[in-house]
Ligand binder design. Structure first.
Ligand code: MEV
Length: 426
């Protein structure tokens, strides 16, 4: 079993891959077999992949990096992030360091309530149909719960039904929602099964015909919140801190900036969701549906304010429909090792970790934008790729990168010239 984790690992970046694996295994209790799943070619087998989706011809490798420095509700985590984008892992770790001294991240959640919708069309008396359906609440809940006795035995199941009238130009649809406590599941299968099972009875009571019976990804009854205080001195100069607030205000008021700002949040969230085998699109759809503010305008998902000490308080509240049971989380060996590394015991705990990464990622991006801009950092990483493309060996890469950056010519042709020079000893 894992011992208490200390996520503050100095200079983790400078470790080689083997040393990083040893550090993570030592801290989290991952076995050699668990660690081995992260080796390209040793994770998801072709047979497992063939059972997961159709027409399989292979698997794609995505780097998994470890975000350090995270303290969440007083507990340290080493967080696996699966992403193809440079800077995401470093940025999240950096922002977590800035929050660490001031208590780290504080997370809380609602109950894990997912909803499915049943759409009834051609109803003559939609208002009365709504009332008839609500009168049948107990019958509908019992019928739905019969579909999943296991979930009910774990304390989950249908908690409520609600009925909405949605007026389209052609007619008013009667839309019944079931609100289901899905416990540690993402919940799509459970709520879809229930919705399909009760649909005929819903049609009968409403006096119409059912078309859709499917989960809504607007999981606004399954919210997770995160709050952290970021140390102004570690963020940068007073000017950077003030610029950061301006940058965030623009995201709150301008959909063009909000989309990019929110993309920064999703850089962290999707990477953690993917590493744990959860459904990235479900989470993304839920988060984006939450980005419309009270005035009906697409806006920033996060908020940053200055506190009395001049530090920056960041907050984020989002639907976070992730699970620990079922789906790829249970069958994908790398996802299983990732969950084990995190040591999370409930889907709620996992949701909190993911949200902390999202907030950290966002702060880190906006901090860089408020200061030197993203290109300088990106250029170094871009130069590494160019050096490798030009054929530089591992031991040559640093020297080639240094020259490309110094010459401000980050192009493959130049990397080839530099490499030839270095190899020729000129
Ligand atoms: C790039 O992947 C993400 C950023 O554009 C986010 C932002 O602008 O806040 C840097």
């Amino acid at each position: 079993m894992a011992v208490a984790i200390d996520s503050r690992i100095k200079n983790f970046r400078a470790y080689d891959v083997a040393a990083r694996r040893a550090e993570v295994a030592g801290q989290t209790g991952l076995t050699d077999a668990d660690i081995q799943t992260f080796e390209p070619g040793a994770g998801l087998t072709i047979d497992q992949a063939d059972r997961m989706v159709e027409n399989v011809i292979g698997v794609i490798g995505i780097p998994v990096g470890i975000a350090t420095n995270f303290t969440i509700n007083g507990k340290d985590y080493l967080i696996p992030l699966a992403t193809e984008e440079p800077s995401v892992v470093a940025a999240a770790s950096n922002a977590a360091r800035i929050a660490r001294g001031l208590g780290g991240f504080h997370v809380s959640s609602t109950q894990p309530i997912m909803q499915a919708q049943i759409q009834v069309v051609d109803v003559l008396d939609p208002a009365a149909a709504r009332i008839r359906l609500l009168e049948a609440r107990a019958e509908l809940i019992a019928l739905a719960n019969e579909q999943d006795p296991m979930l009910v035995s774990f304390g989950g199941g249908v908690q409520e039904v609600s009925v909405r009238l949605v007026t389209a130009p052609e007619q008013t649809y009667v839309v019944l929602h079931i609100h289901v406590d899905v416990r540690d599941a993402m919940g799509a299968n459970a709520v879809n099964t229930m919705a399909e099972a009760i649909a005929p009875r819903v049609a009968e009571i409403a006096g119409g015909r059912v078309v859709l019976r499917i989960l809504t990804n607007k999981a606004d009854l399954r919210l997770t919140r995160v709050r952290a205080v970021f140390d102004a001195e570690l963020i940068g100069s007073p000017e950077v801190v003030d610029n950061l607030i301006h940058a965030v205000r623009l995201a709150e008021c301008d959909p063009y900036r909000a989309a990019t700002h929110n993309k920064g949040i999703m850089n962290g969230i999707s990477a953690a969701v993917l590493a744990t085998g959860n459904d990235t699109r479900a989470v993304e759809a839920g988060c984006h549906s939450h980005a419309v503010n009270a005035d009906g305008v697409y806006s920033s998902l996060s908020h940053f304010e200055k506190d009395a000490d001049g530090n920056i308080v960041g907050t984020l509240e989002l639907p976070m429909p992730v699970g620990l049971v079922g789906g790829a989380t249970k069958v994908h060996p790398v996802a299983q090792a990732a969950v084990k590394m995190l040591g999370v015991e409930t889907a709620e705990e996992l949701a909190g970790v993911i949200m902390a990464v999202g907030l950290a990622q966002n702060l880190a991006a906006v901090r860089v934008l408020a200061g030197e801009g993203v290109q300088r950092g990106h250029m170094g990483l871009h130069a590494r790729n160019i050096a490798a493309t030009a054929g530089a060996e591992k031991h040559e890469i640093d020297a080639v990168v240094a020259r490309l950056v110094a010459d401000k010519k980050i192009r493959v042709e130049h990397a080839v010239e530099v490499l030839a020079e270095l190899r020729g000893g000129n």
